[in-house]
Design a protein around this ligand. Structure first.
Ligand code: F0G
Length: 462
């Protein structure tokens, strides 16, 4: 059988990477307190820490950088971006921000200002959204479908909102306490799983019935739209651009980190149909980000986003992109490395708990696997397990709650790595799986209360 179309681009510029020895990597780990955040990028051979802000831009985008108009007000690139936002999302109003969480901060600091007891439902809030809601006194309510919690279920839309749970939530919560409903496409915190178009529509209808505006977290909207085209009945004949437009037609607005499907290294957006929302947030933007025609970015960055938003809808690109993630999953399966099924849009989530059954959650199996992957292969992934999500008893240092699944996320940057790079990663993991009993657990030596995982330090329990 013929293989699917490989990369629909050719390489014009390369970035050299260093390859350290195992001994050098061991020293890097010790110096950085066994934290993945403590590893200098130059000591990493293949960096799968995040797909955010790590995309390779195209020659068209780089060309756009030279056409940056750095005027304080009314830069031409702002109007190009406005055209892209209208064409791709169909939203008439938008504000640029320096990244996704700045858009979330603007939105929630206004929406929740001076209010008590606000509750915001979502399929699953991403952690920056959660933090922005919680610091403003709100409560996050995750209502994703139950399949999302089953690591082996091959359900096609494990990111869907559970409509029965949402209805119950609306029926039992005073309307005045629900300022907005969010939907994260794809569901990053839930394994990068997509949300079906029918589910977006039904969520929107339910929101309308209860008078609650629906906003989308649009970070990976193009990947989500591609999955709809591939997996949802009756959608296969449509263009991804068309599916994306319909998706957003069900929402009042969106927040977006352009560092994902904007195919850029920095930038974010707040988009809306609601002129009142725009007007209040414009005032706030002026205080915290900048004038609304640049909003915390340079004109050249606006241009790169304007072009990236259009480029990301190229279906040959999306087929390659999601195909590469799926292929990586197949390579891991062949080597007996457990991961969450099916593979998501932007990452493979290893199931470290299933692999390292001799390391209890108390001793962070996800962290142990991530460390070994770096030590053995120079590959950086991110632990999304108990070290990140568990609650700790301050007095004893013992973990009192554990993550539901001990995951290590291997996020694939867009247009950066080849299938050979990923095969190398799969080989390293396959070797680790064969000698898994050698891996040891970890404990914290430093664990701050706020945003613990960024600055925590660990030691190996020998
Ligand atoms: N929403 C989702 C779904 C995200 O995945 C992210 C970032 C944000 C919002 C915030 O955007 O970083 O531009 O402020 N996710 C990155 C990740 C950090 O690695 O998954 P930001």
């Amino acid at each position: 059988m013929r293989k699917p179309l490989p990369e629909p681009w050719r390489v014009k510029v390369i970035e050299k990477v260093k390859v350290l020895t195992r001994e050098e990597r061991e020293k890097v780990l010790v110096d950085g307190g066994f934290s993945m955040f403590g590893i200098p990028s130059e000591a990493v051979y293949i960096d799968l820490f995040t797909d955010s802000g790590t995309s390779a831009m195209s020659d068209w985008q780089w060309g756009g950088l030279m056409q940056g108009d750095e005027a304080y007000a009314g830069a031409r690139n702002y109007f190009h971006l406005k055209d892209s936002v209208e064409a791709v999302f169909g939203f008439p109003y938008f504000l640029p921000t320096h990244q996704g969480r700045a858009a979330e901060s603007l939105f929630f600091s206004w929406l929740l200002h001076g209010k008590q007891g606000m509750k915001i439902p979502s399929n699953t809030h991403f952690d920056t959204t959660r933090a922005n809601i919680e610091v403003n006194g709100g409560t996050c309510v995750d209502l994703v479908v139950d399949e999302a919690r089953d690591a082996t279920s091959e359900a096609p839309f494990k990111g869907n909102m559970d409509l029965a749970k949402l209805r119950r939530f609306f029926e039992t919560t005073p309307k005045a306490d629900i300022p907005v409903c969010m939907l994260t496409l794809t569901n990053n915190a839930g394994g990068g799983q997509p949300v079906a178009l029918a589910n977006v529509k039904a969520t929107s209808e339910l929101c309308k019935e209860f008078g609650v505006p629906l906003y989308i977290d649009a970070c990976r909207f193009a990947e989500n739209s591609w999955f709809i085209k591939q997996r949802e009945e009756g959608q296969g004949h449509r263009s991804v651009a068309d599916i994306a437009l319909e998706t957003f037609s069900y929402a009042e607005g969106c927040t977006m980190s352009a560092k994902k499907d904007g195919l850029v290294n920095i930038g974010g957006l707040f988009c809306t149909r609601d002129k009142d929302h725009l007007d209040v947030l414009t005032q706030r933007l002026l205080v915290v980000e900048g004038f609304p025609t640049y909003g915390g970015l340079a004109g050249r960055d606006l241009e790169a986003i304007a072009r990236g938003l259009r480029e990301v809808l190229d279906e040959n690109y999306l087929a390659f992109r999601t195909g590469q993630v799926a292929l990586f999953g197949e390579m891991l399966a062949e080597r007996g490395v457990p991961f969450l099924k099916p593979t998501g849009g932007h990452a493979v989530y290893l199931d470290a708990g299933a692999l390292l059954t001799h390391i209890p959650p108390q001793k962070f199996p996800g962290h142990a696997l991530a460390i070994e992957l770096y030590r053995d292969g120079g590959v950086r992934g991110a632990e999304l397990g108990t070290a990140m999500f568990g609650d700790m008893d301050e007095a004893t240092g013992e973990m009192t709650t554990f993550a539901p699944i001990e995951m290590v996320r291997l996020a694939i940057p867009r247009r950066v790595y080849t299938n050979d790079h990923l095969e190398y990663v799969a080989d390293i993991l396959g070797d680790i799986a064969k000698r898994k009993e050698e891996l040891k657990g970890f404990r914290f030596t430093f664990a701050p209360k706020i945003m613990r995982h960024f600055t925590a330090r660990f030691e190996e329990i020998r």
